[in-house]
Write a protein that binds this ligand. Structure first.
Ligand code: NAD
Ligand code: UDP
Length: 321
């Protein structure tokens, strides 16, 4: 197999575009399937000249057919920011259910390896801390976040059914909060929000009292873990994330300090069902994949701040940033 063919759904998104880049660097041909619902052509612009890269503009919630033999299907398509999936609840449910079914069908047709991008949200508002893969979670199915959480839980169940019934060679990665260049400036997630607000001198919007915790993983570490998982033989779910945990209020202060901003902190209401704590237990990833994050928070944030500073340019609050 000289040049494996990998299909990446959601390849024009934040994580998907970095993954396409890595697969190309490893010598793969890459078919990027995306409908740009939350992604952007700009994220893959630099890949378009590569003759091993092909863009297929397509909604993966509809059946997807690819001509030549496919070796890997990596299903990353899904709105991922809470703001996005609250605005796109039905599309989110469809891409997690129908999109997963269609991409599994593609993998089955070609006898390809399949990797699902799942999420720490399968643990919901966790009652076990930190979260190991053995924890079944605490999810409100009828709350606003349920559209994302339950779609991903369904997707995991579907992947395991294809594995057990059809013998498909599958992988499930449970991704914890990941950040870096190519996140959308206005996707509403905490990293772009705080950096945009800090760079423009606007108030930094901390939801609730900011005591809820998250653990932030830099994109390069995440992609390395996904690559190792793809090349492993592990078919049970594997957490990938950075175990360094902090409160959202502490996180706001770190970004304010790294940007040299004098933005005030503005407390706003906490979104419904916002998880109170989140920290990955990465014992399995470390043991199975010999993986652990290498980029520390400050170094990763510096790179991300530089990316957003270029986007923000010299706009100031009075210019509507
Ligand atoms: P993103 O919004 O930047 O990327 C998602 C991509 O999927 C976009 O390019 C979007 O246009 C595409 N897409 C959505 N629905 C589609 C459809 N029906 N057909 C084709 N393309 C479609 O988000 P991201 O942060 O890069 O997340 C990528 C994947 O990783 C998602 O599956 C998400 O659930 C998962 N994940 C991300 C994080 C994180 O912290 N970034 C955490 C957990 C899980
Ligand atoms: N958050 C915040 N201010 C913002 C955006 C998010 O305080 O402007 C909080 C949010 O309530 C959550 C955490 O930051 O507790 C992470 O939010 P994000 O939307 O990045 O993703 P989540 O981890 O909730 O999926």
């Amino acid at each position: 197999m000289s040049q494996p063919l990998s299909v990446v759904t959601g390849g024009a998104g934040f994580i998907g575009s970095h993954l396409c880049e890595r697969l190309l660097a490893e010598g793969h041909r890459v078919y990027c399937v995306d409908n740009f619902i939350t992604g952007s052509p700009a994220n893959i612009e630099h890949l378009r000249d590569n003759e091993r890269f092909t863009l297929i503009e397509h909604d993966v919630s509809k059946p997807v057919y690819v001509g030549p033999d496919v070796d890997n299907v990596l299903h990353f398509a899904s709105p991922a920011s809470p703001v996005d999936y609250l605005e796109l609840p039905i599309q989110t449910l469809k891409v997690g259910s129908l999109g997963t079914h269609n991409s599994l069908g593609l993998a089955k047709h070609h006898g390809a390896r399949y990797l699902l991008a799942s999420t720490s949200e399968v643990y919901g508002d966790p009652l076990v801390h930190p979260q190991p893969e053995s924890y079944w979670g605490n999810v409100n199915p009828v709350g606003p976040r349920g559209v994302y959480d339950e779609a991903k839980r369904f997707a995991e169940a579907m992947v395991m059914a294809y594995h057990r019934i059809h013998g498909l060679d599958t992988r499930i990665v449970r991704i914890f909060n990941t950040y870096g260049p190519r996140m959308r400036l206005r996707d509403g997630r905490v990293v772009p929000n705080f950096i945009r607000q800090a760079l423009s001198g606007r108030p930094m919007t901390v939801y609730g009292d900011g005591s809820q915790t998250r653990s932030f993983c830099y994109i390069d570490d995440l992609v390395e873990g996904v690559w190792r998982l793809l090349n492993s033989s592990e078919t049970d779910p594997v957490n990938l994330g950075n175990p360094r945990e902090m409160t959202v209020l502490e996180f706001a202060r770190v970004i304010r300090s790294l940007t040299g901003s004098r933005s005030e902190i503005e407390f706003q209401s906490l979104p419904v069902d916002d998880p109170k704590t989140r920290q990955p237990d990465i014992t399995r990833a470390t043991g199975l994949l010999d993986w652990e994050p290498r980029v520390d928070l400050e170094a990763g944030l510096e790179k991300t701040i530089r990316y957003f500073a270029d986007l923000v340019g010299d706009q100031r609050p009075d210019q509507g940033l």
